[in-house]
Design a protein around this ligand. Structure first.
Ligand SMILES: Nc1ncnc2c1ncn2[C@@H]1O[C@H](COP(=O)(O)OP(=O)(O)OP(=O)(O)O)[C@@H](O)[C@H]1O
Length: 234
């Protein structure tokens, strides 16, 4: 198999004295969508934060196209190709939609232009002068994704993009991510919502108490139904 575009190997992470990640290994090939599935508190968000160098302490290896980025300082991680969309989205409430979009520097090649963003997200065009804080949860999630797409990432790290959103908005985000996938984007999707993730992901990792307890492909879901129900309660 080709070298993964993104790879985490034996990753440990801590919040102060609290050891939360206990040797996470996962990878994504170029163009692949990989889902990290687990309950509340299993360590999904912490895995993404560790990848972005946002923890005070971590050990292990994180590679982009074979290049180890463990030594990359926090403010340079995006330049390694990682586009992170955190659970809290990070929209500036008092800045307009347009200002939010233009806020992040370009960190890679091939980032979307503003007009491409407005074409894909007509809602954001309509609301371009509105303060970010007046957007609905779904619009804020779209804005957070659009803003990162403009930076030119090679890999998207998405932390529960559907959390707290109405079913129709969840569906819209599903369509958007499918479109990105079809365009060849590599994605690591963190989800508690297995029903959402199964519509998108090529492969799955189950995480429990900071450890990967199982991994399988989309075609193996049926055979794993009991195990999945056990871990995420579906
Ligand atoms: N800032 C923090 N300081 C200390 N402990 C934390 C912090 N954030 C998370 N934890 C702990 O780390 C563990 C993993 O949390 P994490 O947020 O990664 O879980 P998760 O799987 O993403 O769940 P969630 O859906 O709640 O985000 C939990 O036990 C949590 O209580």
């Amino acid at each position: 198999m080709a070298e993964p575009l993104f790879q985490i190997e034996d990753l440990h992470g801590w919040y102060d004295e609290s050891h939360v990640l206990h040797g996470i290994s996962l990878s994504a090939q170029e163009g692949e969508t990989v889902a990290l599935i687990g309950r509340n508190g299993a360590g999904k968000s912490t895995t993404l934060r560790a990848a972005m160098n946002l923890l005070t302490r971590r050990e292990g290896a994180i590679r982009v196209a074979g290049h180890d980025i463990m030594g990359t300082r926090r403010h340079r991680v995006a330049h390694e190709g990682l586009g992170y969309i955190p659970e809290e989205r990070g929209i500036f409430a008092s800045l307009s939609v347009e200002e939010n979009l233009l806020l992040l520097p370009r960190t890679g090649d091939g980032g979307m232009s503003q007009s491409e963003v407005y074409e894909i997200f007509p809602n954001l065009y309509e609301r371009r002068r509105a303060p970010g804080g007046t957007l609905s949860g779904g619009e804020q999630q779209m804005l957070a994704i659009a803003r990162v797409l403009m930076t030119g990432p090679r890999i998207l790290l998405l932390d529960e993009p559907t959390e707290g959103l109405a079913p129709v908005i969840v569906q819209a985000i599903g369509h958007l991510l499918r479109r990105l996938k079809e365009a060849g984007m590599t994605m690591l999707l963190v989800e508690q919502n297995f029903h959402f993730a199964r519509q998108l992901a090529d492969r799955f990792y189950l995480i429990e108490n900071g450890r990967i307890v199982d991994e399988f492909t989309a075609s193996e879901i049926e055979a794993r139904a009991e195990r999945i129900a056990d871990v995420v309660g579906v």
